[in-house]
Design a protein around this ligand. Structure first.
Ligand SMILES: [Ca+2]
Ligand SMILES: [Ca+2]
Ligand SMILES: [Ca+2]
Ligand SMILES: [Ca+2]
Length: 342
């Protein structure tokens, strides 16, 4: 049905007003997290340690396979207006970095290790040396949430299997399309592949070589997966984006002590990190508000159509309107729908 011309008059100014207050494509960097927390059951100084390690205890009863994890949080509330509703945020590109504090302490592995390589069916049969660093989104136990779990909050509750298995309040998770966070901390024991959003990579070390201190690793990804994309949007709506870093490198000295073969990262509290910029960082490009005002100048006109079509033609993920990492008519119709709506 065609809209009568007389009805257009009150609609257009409303659309322009809404666009000018909200719609924009924002690209920004955070040089340090607002929260970093070593997520290990026997961490005696939660939130304030100078170093945070990640290691695994695959198939060890009483310990999560992803035994020591790191929780990172970045306060986005200044750059990305929060509380507009999760459907008002589209995350296009993310790069998280962490910098290694230990020297020659572990071997760089730049590819995913299948869960069977950890010895589920016998001896470990990992074909490439070392284990990769993984980036996940955090999930929370019932009764715990992003707003209630802070940098110094309690690690967990009564363990499912003593001394500490299954007790963490915050865990590395994979989100399904309904927003359910599956805890992947024991994916080797439970025999499934937990593929992370990204694996940590560096150009300064060859895969298979020992990693020198002060090497920075980058986790770069576009959230093609609907579950991850939606949770990232919900986190921008909450005003803070969080991640979990893990690695399945074994703690060879046994849990809680001894020399291990695993990565250790600088925390934001570390004085060296503060001087040299070794705290974790986040680069993010995301759209807030309607994609119809594509260039974010507060009005919808032919400039938005031409800017969208240029990005669409170039395969820029900013024009991937439905966020599924492919470019087709669904993105064009999605753009036109928001362009023509108020
Ligand atoms: Ca901290
Ligand atoms: Ca490996
Ligand atoms: Ca515009
Ligand atoms: Ca698409």
């Amino acid at each position: 049905m065609r809209i009568q011309p007389t009805r257009l008059l009150p609609i257009i100014p409303l659309a322009m007003c809404a666009a000018s207050s909200n719609a924009q494509l924002i690209e920004t960097q955070y040089d340090a997290p607002s929260l970093d927390r070593w997520m290990y059951p026997f961490n005696g100084s939660p939130g304030t340690r100078f170093e945070m390690s990640v290691f695994g205890a695959p198939l060890l009863e009483g310990f999560d396979d992803h035994d020591a994890q790191v929780l990172l949080g970045f306060d986005t509330s200044t750059e990305f207006s929060p509380s507009l509703g999760a459907d008002q945020y589209r995350v296009h590109d993310i790069t998280v970095t962490v910098t290694v504090a230990n020297d020659s302490g572990f071997i760089y592995d730049d590819s995913y290790d299948d869960y069977t390589t950890y010895g589920v069916e016998g001896e470990p049969n990992d074909l490439d040396p070392g284990h990769p660093m993984n980036l996940f989104l955090p999930g929370y136990k019932p009764g715990i949430s992003q707003s209630t779990f802070l940098e110094n909050s309690s690690f967990g509750t009564v363990p499912e299997v003593a001394p500490a298995q299954g007790m963490r309040n915050v865990f590395a998770a994979i989100f399904d399309n309904d927003g359910f966070a599956q805890n992947i901390s024991n994916h080797v024991k439970e025999e499934f592949n937990a593929v992370p959003l990204a694996i940590g990579t560096t150009d300064l070390v060859n895969s298979g070589d020992l990693v020198p201190a002060d090497t920075t690793f980058s986790f770069t990804f576009t959230p093609c997966d609907e579950g991850a994309r939606d949770e990232l949007a919900r986190m921008l709506d909450r005003g803070e984006i969080r991640f979990i870093v893990s690695a399945m490198s074994p703690a060879s000295g046994g849990p809680g002590g001894g020399e291990g073969d695993y990565p250790v990262f600088y925390s934001k509290e570390n004085p060296i990190a503060q001087i040299f910029g070794y705290a974790a960082t986040l680069d993010i490009r995301a759209r807030v508000g309607s994609v119809g005002d594509y260039n974010g100048d507060g009005s919808k006109n032919f400039l938005d159509v031409s800017a969208f079509l240029a990005d669409f033609g170039n395969g820029d993920v900013a024009a991937d309107v439905n966020g599924d990492c492919s470019f087709n008519f669904l993105d064009v119709s999605g753009f036109l729908s928001e362009f023509s709506s108020n």
